[in-house]
Design a binder for this molecule. Structure first.
Ligand SMILES: [Mg+2]
Length: 149
């Protein structure tokens, strides 16, 4: 693994806390920044890309190497075109990228189909979705640094 790309809504940002506001650091789950820092310390390239308005990208820029939104990119998950863009922005082969998300339908399955490692974090409104066996399963992002191959 040389790159890790995070979904934003509910994976990094607590959507119940953020509501309809423009996302800020105050809306991040408490495990988000420590996880990103631990992965950066390993030298991994880090991205954040999700189905969201472009205005939500700004607060993430200081924390990661690249940010993407469905609005700016003009493609939405679960489209394969969205994941092709993730791979392009990561600048690494798909097999070296882990995509981390809270939804099986929008994150895990299309990431696997694109040839990436899929990581499912079980929380929020979609926590009852059951990921396939190929996915790495987490209850919190605190488990991610150890769980990555
Ligand atoms: Mg999400």
């Amino acid at each position: 693994m040389t790159a890790v790309v995070f979904d934003v809504g509910e994976t990094l940002v607590d959507e119940a806390l953020a509501g309809t506001q423009v996302f800020t650091d105050a809306h991040l789950h408490p495990d988000a920044l420590p996880c990103i820092e631990a992965l950066r310390a390993r030298g991994l390239r880090i991205g954040a890309a999700g189905n969201m308005r472009a205005v939500h990208e700004e607060f993430l820029r200081p924390h990661v190497d690249f940010v993407g939104s469905s609005q700016r990119w003009g493609v939405e998950k679960p489209s394969p075109d969205f994941f092709a863009r993730v791979i392009e922005e990561a600048g690494r082969p798909a097999g070296e990228i882990a995509y981390v998300g809270d939804r099986v339908d929008n994150d895990v399955l299309p990431a696997l189909a694109a040839g990436m490692t899929a990581v499912h974090v079980r929380r929020g409104a979609w926590r009852h979705q059951e990921p396939p066996l190929e996915a790495i399963r987490l209850r919190s992002l605190a488990e991610l640094p150890e769980a990555l191959p």
